[in-house]
Design a protein around this ligand. Structure first.
Ligand SMILES: [Zn+2]
Length: 972
């Protein structure tokens, strides 16, 4: 462990000294520009945060070794509520948060007071996170670091928003938004606990009449109004009679409050329990039918109006609640009901759908085995019925003028008609409630009036976003559908708030641009910030026309430079640097940013830049679990990044985070895993160290078949690892480069261990192992750069391995014959072990009988035929019988063909090609060369015969069962 620490420090120091990760434009080299979402500095990093950044770093290091001039920069996102909310919690002395900071992350207690100030909090964790990123060895060009409250960055964002506005993408108006009533701010995904994006939907409120009063039943399926059998109220919760604008409504108490946020004027007149209305009658406005109000526990007063119409034929909740309704007359009496009245209510069928009987809700409830109206499975049941009815349901004749319409059509039409007749209206509500703000308050929907929005609903813009997505590589590709869905679903997004740090809206400076809106094209800013810092360019010099020239090539640079007071040469360099590194080659982030940041980035690039500069790739990854559980402080399983580095070492930690899962899967980290990585890497290092100094090119001239075999296998592992890295399947690459390659090395070491060890032979073996090490160190360098630098130095590699070349498979070293020969040895060895195991013999002598020449001829004829078609036994026999030697022993031939034909037909095409390419191998010679190996491993004498050798020792007549690649075996 101590040596790991020492190696880490040594190489991080050397990298910094040599500035090898500082990337400047180099016209002679292809560029690769990789960025990863910058962090909010509102808490220290834990190892879960490490995954996205480590993956981006591995990507950058890989591309660097592939010969690209790679730029990987980093900045810090001070903007908006993420920092603000956290410092507020500290200011309010939130004990959970204080425990978390002090006990888990070891923030000094005396710092806490200071951190209650947003700016100081951001500054503090900014330093902390940067130190962590350096300690874990990220190959970042730190010259380009900035924060989103730097005045120069503010100017850049102002310019971006001016452009958006000029191009018609900014609107002002009233739209529903997710809202925290306590903070008085709109909430997006980054403002909520568990990072949930609030999803807003529109309920239809159908107004059932109760005397002068209205019970507005909230539904997402207005077309089912014709199947209503009763009304539900929750008897245990509070309802109110309220004046809502000019109407008299009966609604839940919570609903009255929410309607105010939707700009309704609400005056509560009277509060009472729901049970006071059960047993009363209301009138269905669509059918004028009188129905009873029943009690139901599933009715949530926090959802919409808390008034629910009952459609038991098609709504599983209603069906279940009706079944659950007690039949005991004493209890019913309390609700003002009688058993007869309840029994008279039967589900009504109004939609026909092929998959179900008359009553779909009943079918699904039975299938799912649901017995209670509070069963969470009812949510799934509801979705399932809806999915089928929406796609293939038809309205029945009892729905009047809607009869024959599809459910999809009827849904819209009934809604429009009821609203037009004054019998219904609409209400916005969160569909994925409860959504909790980070401050702990439950979010609601608010009509945000007279606000600034980015109009992601613009159809033309959406079309271009789809186009950009089509041209982009998405890793992993499975996520493409989700991106398309998000592009379609996005609508106006509130883009400014009245609190938090950030950039003021240039034309309405009361407003501060919020954090998901000031982080969409900043990748462009990284390309110039280096010059801004170096030449101390002031924000006032960064005028709109300066940005117009740098990013859009608009204007006369000489005039622009003069007016801005920027050296013309510097301005030129900035433009060149932007044009050199743009477009962005890869954007990395966690997959939770698909529905917002990653899609916003796509939209905004389209709005600002020409098509040639749109991003080329998005790479996303899943999160990190800790021993199977989500990392959270309530589980007490958070490991701060710095602790993890101390405990396991940087390279084992990097490997532990990346080796356990492919992109989209959640990586399951555990202490055992990290320790096993550390042990594994230590073994790799020690073994490498031992052979590092043994390069002897002369030895390449005296390779044996087993040597050529390992070198040939190496090419295959290089090919696999490269293919995997190209798709950022890092786990697979590690498996090829470390584990699978190592299995081959272990076999090789066993094979050569039995050989007579002359100095010359030793030299050859070391040469082969050295070749493997050289490639292996290079393939592992992106993931475990420190250990690999150290080994590289020991091998005598030139310069840093971080700047060395990624290995390419060498086709001259692919040796199919050596591979087939080695397969013969390993298969024969395995067969021998199987026999020993099955018989329990301790072998003293082992006899191998290789297949006769005619069997090889017959086998290769079968192979040739099997390349294009399945071989039929009779046809093959017919052809083989043309050969006189075979004809002479037709009985043995028939037996042999019978034994190999299925095998040949089952063999993969690739394997068949390989074997045909190699032709007949000299099995006797190969086994004889491996004799020492067999003798040593089996601790027995070894004899090798051809099956037709008349002098063979074969007391049990085994020889005749020999097949090509499968010698017959006899053990004494
Ligand atoms: Zn809040």
């Amino acid at each position: 462990m101590a040596f790991l620490k020492q190696i880490e420090r040594k190489w991080q120091h050397k990298w910094e000294e040599a500035k090898i990760f500082e990337a400047d434009p180099d016209p002679k080299k292809p560029k690769c520009y990789i960025t990863v979402a910058y962090p909010y500095p509102n808490s220290p990093q834990h190892i879960g945060h490490g995954r996205t950044y480590t993956l981006a770093d591995v990507h950058a290091r890989y591309m660097r070794m592939k010969g690209y001039n790679v730029l990987l920069p980093m900045a810090f996102h001070y903007t908006g509520t993420p920092v603000l909310a956290m410092s507020k919690r500290l200011a309010e002395k939130d004990q959970d948060l204080i425990d978390d900071f002090v006990n888990v992350y070891k923030v000094p207690k005396e710092k806490l007071k200071e951190l209650a100030e947003p700016f100081k909090m951001a500054r503090y964790f900014h330093e902390e996170i940067r130190a962590g990123m350096k300690a874990i060895g990220y190959s970042i060009d730190w010259r380009r670091e900035f924060t989103t409250i730097d005045p120069q960055y503010n100017r850049f964002i102002e310019w971006q928003f001016q452009k958006l506005r000029e191009r018609g993408y900014i609107t002002r108006g009233s739209h529903p938004v997710g809202w925290c009533p306590k903070d008085g701010n709109p909430v997006g995904q980054h403002d909520t606990q568990g990072d949930v994006e609030p999803e807003i939907g529109e309920f239809t409120l159908i107004k059932f009449k109760y005397g002068d009063w209205v019970l507005p039943a909230a539904t997402l399926r207005p077309e089912t109004i014709f199947g209503v059998t009763n009304m539900w109220l929750n008897p245990k919760v509070e309802y109110v009679k309220a004046q809502v604008d000019d109407q008299k409504w009966i609604i839940s108490k919570e609903s009255a409050e929410k309607l105010r946020y939707l700009n309704r004027k609400v005056t509560v007149k009277e509060t009472f329990r729901g049970r006071q209305l059960t047993g009363k009658r209301v009138e269905n406005p669509a059918t004028q039918e009188e129905i009873l109000i029943f009690p139901a526990d599933f009715v949530d007063p926090k959802n919409a109006t808390g008034v629910v119409m009952s459609v038991p034929g098609h709504a599983p909740y209603d069906y279940m609640a009706l079944e659950n309704l007690t039949q005991s007359s004493a209890e019913l009496k309390e609700y003002g009901l009688t058993p007869d009245a309840v029994a008279a209510v039967k589900p009504v069928s109004i939609i026909s759908v092929a998959e179900y009987s008359e009553i779909p809700a009943g079918d699904v409830i039975k299938q799912m085995g649901i017995t209670s109206q509070l069963d969470p499975k009812l949510e799934d049941a509801t979705k399932e019925v809806y999915r089928h009815e929406y796609h293939s349901g038809k309205m029945k004749p009892n729905t009047g003028k809607y009869s024959g319409l599809s459910v999809a059509e009827a849904k819209e039409k009934v809604k429009t008609d009821l609203i037009a007749e004054g019998k219904a209206e609409t209400m916005y509500e969160l569909l994925n409630k409860p959504v909790m703000c980070r401050c702990g308050t439950e979010c609601i929907v608010k009509i945000f009036e007279d606000q600034w929005f980015i109009d992601y609903g613009n159809p033309e813009w959406k079309m271009k976003a789809h186009k950009a997505l089509d041209q982009m590589e998405i890793l992993p590709e499975e996520l493409r559908a989700e991106f398309n869905y998000v592009i379609d679903w996005l609508h106006e997004k509130a883009c400014a708030r009245k609190s938090g740090m950030g950039t003021k809206l240039p034309w309405d400076p009361e407003w501060i641009i919020e954090s998901l809106s000031d982080s969409t094209i900043y990748m462009a800013y990284y390309t110039i910030v280096k010059h801004v810092k170096k030449h101390n360019i002031k924000s006032t010099q960064l005028t709109d026309e300066v940005f117009d020239w740098i990013f859009l090539g608009v204007g006369k640079p000489a005039d622009v430079a003069k007016r801005a007071g920027i050296d013309a040469k510097v301005l030129d360099e900035m433009r060149n640097e932007f044009m050199y590194f743009y477009p962005l080659d890869s954007r990395h982030s966690g997959r939770d940013l698909v529905p917002n940041h990653l899609t916003f980035m796509t939209f905004n690039h389209i709005a600002i830049f020409p098509e040639a500069l749109w991003p080329r790739q998005i790479a996303t990854n899943g999160s990190v679990l800790m021993q199977g559980a989500k990392m959270s402080k309530s589980f007490g399983n958070i490991i701060p990044l710095i602790e993890g580095i101390k405990e396991f070492g940087v390279d084992p930690l990097r490997m532990g985070i990346l080796a356990s899962a492919e992109l989209l899967q959640d990586a399951d980290f555990s202490l055992t895993l990290a320790r096993s990585m550390r042990d594994r890497l230590e073994r790799f290092y020690r073994a490498g160290e031992a052979i590092a100094k043994t390069r002897s090119p002369e030895a390449a001239k005296s390779l044996k078949s087993q040597d050529r075999w390992l070198l040939s296998r190496l090419q295959e592992h290089i090919r696999m690892a490269t293919e995997a890295m190209d798709k950022l399947a890092v786990r697979k690459a590690i498996h090829s480069a470390l584990y699978e390659l190592d299995q081959d090395v272990q076999w090789y070491l066993r094979r050569v261990a039995g050989e007579k060890e002359t100095p010359k032979r030793k030299e050859t073996v070391n040469y082969v192992l050295n070749q493997v090490l050289d490639a292996q160190v290079r393939m592992l360098a992106p993931v475990t750069p420190h250990i690999c630098e150290e080994l590289w130095e020991k091998i005598g590699g030139k310069g840093f391995i971080s700047a060395a070349t990624w290995p390419a498979p060498d086709s001259a070293k692919i040796d199919t014959r050596a591979e087939e020969s080695e397969t013969l040895v390993s298969a024969t060895f395995q067969d021998t072990l199987d026999i020993i195991k099955a018989t329990g013999i301790t072998p003293k002598k082992t006899y191998y009988y290789t297949a006769a020449a005619w069997k090889w001829r017959a086998y290769s004829t079968a192979l040739k035929k099997a390349i294009s078609t399945k071989v039929i036994q009779s046809e093959l026999m017919k052809e083989l019988m043309k050969d006189n030697e075979m004809k002479r022993q037709s009985k043995s031939l028939a037996k042999f063909v019978g034994r190999v034909i299925d095998e040949v037909n089952r063999t993969s095409a690739e394997k068949k090609q390989k074997q045909l390419h190699v032709g007949t191998i000299n099995e006797s010679q190969i086994l004889t060369e491996a004799e020492a190996f067999f003798r040593r491993e089996l601790n027995a004498e070894v004899h090798i015969y051809s099956e037709d050798d008349p002098k063979r020792y074969d007391p049990k007549n085994r020889a005749q069962s020999a097949k090509p690649y499968r010698p017959a075996i006899y053990i004494e």
